[in-house]
Ligand binder design. Structure first.
Ligand code: ADP
Length: 587
């Protein structure tokens, strides 16, 4: 617990109904009997105080921890910024593990494999998600030197990781999440692509295929590409790239898995190439990391950065406010690194060398609604690029300020920034766009840079709870247009979209679009616009209606490559029996 006392004048946070459920079940502290003893005010103060307290270590700091704790408290309880879930859960507690994202190496021997299983279990217990590359494991049926037997291959070990995850519930509520990646040139690639073809299999894993430039060029030319044995580096076969890509698309169409990541592109942006390659991302794909590296994330709610037109001026983004939030948020996230206790000494070491943080955004669709810009328009894409460039530039400038107060990240000199004489920075990366699955519920905003799933919908959370949500900006706009009625709202809750409701004003129907109304190409253009100014990656799922075709998915995967994205996942409505979001009708 922090030594900073909660000020008597601190105001109570206003918590929306859905957030009340989520916070109570997952975030507020409970005693050994499971009785919640922490109020939401105490929760946010616990986090604010624990993170602000780190400031006292730095004599050159421009902030006093007491003042900073208050600012952090205001930042979080006004829902302008929230740190990732493990920080909200564990800051100022004995667990003290505050990062959401980890990548662990899997070595090609039994000891290495089971070390990774154990390490993943430790991370899951503390609320983090893990990513692994299975690419170093020798192929199924290759020889095992020590016994003369044959290897069982990446997929059989993947099942062990999945099973172990199943058994470790996080704090009784959060099941572990994993990413499993296999390079496309691994000999077992076809089995891996098909690994989740049966619904419910490998439930605790997202799978992505690590695509290389060489492979993508071969797809373009309909050429063959080589399969390489990871243990010997020798060519052991070849496949037609176009055939592999087609099967990959087919499987993604069937079940949403596998997604794709562009490995060479991820490594092109590796800020510390001398420390090794990045072979995997965290579970949702937004954070590529080195083996044994962790990263903490935080998200700014862009919906709160809207300046209503004053004195006849047009409404626009509140750039001054956004700048203020970015600078505070970067300080917050850098302090989180110091406040966090990592489950393994190797992780502490890697994290402290590079000091990566991932500041991102949520509430993007909410901001567009307020700006009256349709998500599926070039103006929205241009605005996305402008906003993220601003966030990135300010985040780097904040990281520079921290470097002058606290010193640069230890590997700065050998990093790409040091070599190009660009720094010094405090952090090897500053920006990442997370999915904000639970943060957006707490903040009551649209998630990440996603369009709204539906203007009104039913959300299944934490296994079986159902929450009904209606977008508040939409409700206000309908009222302003004089079109509000209880019947209308009920009707919308059933289908989610107003696209075909011709009796509603045209402007409402063009501005208040939902993911189902938006052509896939706009999802990708938006992802690419944000990726352009994001150090790490952008979590983006292209949500598709159930009648989307394989060609649609082919085009999405291909365009993601052409547009410079680092990866992408798709989800076709109804392609899994249990899905996170659904409208009233599909429920
Ligand atoms: P949140 O909103 O809870 O902070 P996000 O939906 O933004 O989380 O996910 C960010 C990252 O947090 C994921 O990519 C993953 O690394 C981790 N994560 C999310 N959900 C889980 C989970 N159930 N178990 C473990 N890690 C998770």
């Amino acid at each position: 617990m922090s030594k900073l006392k909660m000020p008597a004048s601190l105001s109570d946070p206003i918590i929306n109904e859905n957030a009340k459920i989520v916070l109570k079940r997952r975030y507020q502290r409970k005693d050994t009997e499971g009785v919640t003893y922490e109020t939401t005010k105490e929760l946010f103060w616990r986090v604010a105080a624990a993170i602000a307290e780190e400031e006292d270590k730095y004599k050159e700091s421009s902030f006093k921890s007491t003042k900073l704790a208050r600012e952090f408290y205001e930042l979080m309880t006004s829902y302008r910024f929230l740190p990732n879930s493990p920080t909200l859960m564990n800051a100022g507690t004995d667990i003290g593990q505050l990062a959401a994202c980890f990548v662990l190496p899997i070595e090609d021997d039994i000891e290495g494999i089971f070390d990774a299983v154990k390490h993943a279990a430790m991370i899951h217990k503390s609320g983090g998600g893990t990513g692994f590359s299975f690419s170093r494991l020798r192929a199924k049926d290759s020889v095992v030197g020590s016994t003369g037997g044959v290897a069982s291959g990446p997929l059989s070990f993947l099942k062990i990781f999945n099973c172990a995850t199943e058994q470790i519930k996080q704090g009784g509520t959060r099941r572990g999440a994993n990413m499993g990646i296999l390079r496309v040139d691994h000999p077992d690639i076809m089995d891996f692509i098909k690994a989740k073809e049966r619904d419910g299999e490998l439930n605790n894993f997202n799978l992505s295929i690590g695509l290389t430039e060489a492979f993508m060029k071969a797809v373009e030319k309909k050429a063959d590409f080589d399969l390489i044995a990871p243990n010997s580096g020798e060519k052991v076969g070849s496949l037609n790239a176009r055939d592999v890509f087609n099967i990959l698309v087919q499987k993604a169409w069937e079940s949403g898995d596998p997604g794709i990541v562009f490995l060479d592109r991820i490594n092109r942006d590796n800020p510390t190439p001398k420390l090794g390659d990045m072979e995997s991302t965290n579970p949702c794909g937004e954070q590529p990391l080195l083996p044994y590296e962790a990263c903490n994330l935080g998200s700014i709610n862009l919906g709160k950065c809207f300046a209503k037109g004053k004195n006849g001026h047009d409404s626009e983004v509140d750039w001054d406010e956004l700048k203020r939030i970015v600078h505070l948020a970067v300080r917050f996230l850098d302090n989180v690194i110091d406040a966090s206790q990592y489950p393994l000494p190797q992780i502490t070491e890697t994290v402290e060398m590079n000091r990566k943080i991932g500041l991102g955004v949520m509430g993007w669709a909410d901001l567009l609604y307020q700006l009256k810009i349709p998500y599926n328009s070039q103006s929205a894409v241009d605005m996305g690029e402008r906003v993220m460039k601003f966030v990135q530039d300010e985040a780097r400038s904040a990281s520079k300020t921290l470097a002058t107060e606290r010193g640069h990240f230890p590997t700065y000199v050998e990093s790409i920034f040091g070599e190009a004489n660009l720094g010094p920075y405090r952090n090897a990366t500053t920006t990442t766009i997370a999915p904000t699955g639970t943060l957006s519920i707490i903040a009551g905003c649209s998630s990440g840079v996603e369009p709204l799933f539906a203007l009104s919908f039913v959300r299944n959370v934490m296994d079986n709870d159902k929450l009904v949500e209606t977008n508040s900006f939409f409700e206000t706009a309908v009222k302003d247009a004089g079109a509000y009625s209880a019947n209308l709202m009920e009707e919308i809750a059933k289908i989610g979209t107003i696209k075909k409701m011709e009796h509603l004003p045209e402007e409402l129907r063009t501005v208040f679009v939902t993911s189902m109304d938006i052509e896939p190409i706009w999802h990708l253009k938006m992802q690419a616009a944000f990726q352009k100014h994001t150090d790490n990656a952008v979590s983006k799922t292209v949500n598709l209606p159930s009648n989307a075709t394989k060609e649609d998915i082919w085009n999405i995967y291909w365009k993601a490559y052409e547009y410079g994205c680092k990866g992408v996942t798709v989800y076709r409505d109804g392609s899994k029996t249990s899905q996170v979001l659904c409208t009233g009708e599909s429920d």
